[in-house]
Design a protein around this ligand. Structure first.
Ligand code: AGP
Length: 590
């Protein structure tokens, strides 16, 4: 998955494209490039590295021309090399293309084209400019060429193309990957995400699958694949552009963790009728199936527990990429609860599409109001936590938990009681940040050479062990296992040796005594025990204090210091927490 942008206006395009790419970099940061048109020629610069590095080396912003395209890459097909970076050109160098997605039939297309065309990259994308080249040489206009190309492609894509012989126009197409048009007087944008142009305009139109967009500085037109023009009107993007800036913090990750008290407050601001309506839908469904990936899946695991506690029955949680193997069990009486921060995760969208084909009802919990998932769902609760730019999900997880609690209370017909109880959540979280801030920095530095961590817990807290381990893996590049405490003795105990960090999430709840017994077992083998609890125990070498709360809310207060621990571990190891290697925020490929 990658970030793409096309711009056409009256002023120099490259500085605008560069600044737009900065806001898309969360989607990919292993290489970057920009192509513009000037004096009837394509001007192109691209290379491997973070956008800032590529800019320093090549001065992308100095490319001439009032129109251009840009790309930040997260490699899928072909290694991280300058040739594989986008934009890609045709043989003549007159056509340039940026693409996000995967062209599944690129091998067939490439072998068909290669006798006449010179391929210089290993990417799937490069077939697009070469296909276009043939159509444009036959006399097609850029938009006609793009329409014909889309009929050849299988897979998912959002791409933007420019052509030096039609220098006032950018043309884009979408199938399966997000694409949004931004409109301002004399300036038009076509991008993967509205964050890329929000500083310049909040007026936008979503591009749907199968649509083709033709933009000039004054006008945007939409077509379907039969070349029929479509009527579409703009809407307003609700987010403010400065929410997507660091606002003085060292990193987005830290900013987003420290925003969590506010996140909790905003997640509680839901339409009560909608929450009750969704709770009724959950109670009426023959079966409820959760789907999510990564952090969103951990939130769903807690959702399953909350639903079961409040009377919604037992619901399976399916990792979205595994959904196809369970799809036989889905029917029109199934309610699929899809959980996703971005609402653009390809595995989730694919699962939801398949569930819709079986006539299942789709409820979702999403952050991005403009996302594909939100638009595919029958009902949606929004996280309201603003842009989350750090690649690791932090504040969105807190918001997801809050929403699951609200739905749980609504299922038990106690929504007002839930809202009253959760009104204290912002102060639990803020207190937690204050209490543990310095201690966690010291702990992260003390353990910075350690290569294996074990997070153990029981019951609902087990999901926090999984999520906390995921955080450490993602940003500190450390092997971490999150496991049920009772499982340790069934195998992993063999890996515990003197000094191995074991982080036990053991609030004083129904899991407390049994988890402590497992902690003792690890300690007896030399483990360095870190206890995350509201009660101090002698067995802890280090105590991370959490507030005493009602049993069901312990996951909400346990995750917060563990996110901070992962963050400080990344810093202690000299790593950039916002841009962990090999990862990207929005996984828009399967
Ligand atoms: C979380 O820290 C990860 N970056 C990742 O696991 C993420 O949660 C997953 O890709 C799902 O993303 P989504 O919530 O946007 O669907």
């Amino acid at each position: 998955m990658c970030g793409i942008i096309g711009f056409v206006g009256e002023e120099q395009a490259a500085p605008i494209i560069l600044s737009s790419l900065e806001n898309l970099e969360y989607r990919g940061y292993d290489s970057a490039g920009i192509a513009t048109i000037s004096d009837g020629k394509i001007c192109l610069k691209k290379d491997v590295g973070h956008l800032e590095e590529v800019q320093q080396k090549h001065h992308l912003d100095e490319l001439p021309g009032v129109l251009g395209i840009g790309h930040v890459r997260w490699a899928t097909h072909g290694g991280v090399t300058a040739n594989n970076a986008h934009p890609h050109l045709d043989c003549s160098g007159n056509i340039a293309v940026v693409h996000n997605g995967i062209i599944e039939n690129y091998r067939e297309l490439r072998s068909r084209l290669k006798s006449k065309h010179n391929f210089i990259s290993q990417t799937d994308t490069e077939v697009i400019p070469h296909l276009l080249e043939d159509y444009l040489n036959d006399g097609a206009s850029l938009e006609e060429g793009v329409i014909r190309v889309t009929k050849q492609l299988q897979g998912s894509y959002a791409f933007v193309a420019i052509y030096s012989r039609e220098p006032g126009k950018i043309v884009a197409a979408r199938q399966g990957n997000s694409l949004i048009v931004g409109l301002a007087d004399g300036r038009k944008f076509i991008a993967s995400d509205s964050l890329s142009f929000l500083k310049m305009t909040d007026q936008a139109i979503f591009v749907e699958d199968g649509e083709i967009v033709v933009a000039t500085k004054d006008k945007v037109r939409f077509f379907n694949q039969d070349s029929l023009e479509l009527e579409k009107s703009p809407g307003k993007i609700d987010w403010k552009w400065d929410e997507a800036t660091k606002q003085g913090y060292d990193s987005f990750t830290l900013k987003e963790i420290l925003e969590e008290p506010e996140t909790a407050r905003r997640a509680l601001m839901q339409d009560k009728n909608l929450v009750m309506d969704m709770a009724l839908g959950i109670l009426r469904a023959r079966q409820v199936v959760f789907i999510g990936c990564g952090t969103s899946r951990y939130a769903a695991l807690l959702g399953r527990y909350v639903f079961s506690k409040f009377g919604g029955g037992f619901s399976p949680v399916i990792i979205a990429s595994e959904y196809p193997y369970f799809s036989e069990s889905i029917d029109s009486n199934t309610l699929v609860m899809a959980v996703s921060q971005s609402g653009e995760t390809a595995d989730i969208l694919e699962a939801v599409r398949a569930a819709k084909r079986k006539s299942a009802t789709i409820f979702s919990i999403v952050n991005r109001v403009d996302s594909s998932l939100a638009r595919m769902s029958n009902k949606v609760l929004y996280l309201n936590c603003g842009p989350e730019i750090g690649v690791v999900a932090t504040k969105s997880f807190v918001a997801q938990l809050i929403i699951f609690y609200l739905l749980g209370f609504a299922i038990g017909n106690k929504l007002d009681e839930g809202l009253d109880k959760l009104a204290a959540a912002p102060s639990w979280i803020a207190g937690n940040h204050r209490e543990n801030g310095k201690g966690l920095i010291k702990l992260a530095w003390k353990l910075r050479k350690r290569k294996d961590f074990y997070y153990i817990a029981r019951g609902t807290n087990f999901h926090i062990a999984g999520e906390a381990a995921l955080k450490l893996k993602e940003i500190a590049y450390v092997h971490a296992d999150g496991m049920p405490a009772g499982e340790l003795k069934h195998g992993s105990l063999a890996l515990i040796e003197k000094g191995t960090p074991v982080i036990a999430i053991c609030p004083e709840d129904y899991t407390f005594h049994e988890t402590l017994s497992n902690v003792e077992e690890a300690k007896a083998r030399g483990a360095f025990v870190i206890g995350v609890s509201d009660r101090r125990e002698d067995v802890f070498d280090k105590w991370i204090k959490i507030p005493k709360v009602e049993e069901i809310f312990y996951p909400l207060v346990s995750i917060v210091p563990l996110q901070l621990f992962a963050y400080h571990s990344a810093i202690a190891r000299g790593l950039d927490p916002d841009k962990p290697r090999n990862l990207a925020k929005s996984v828009t490929v399967k």
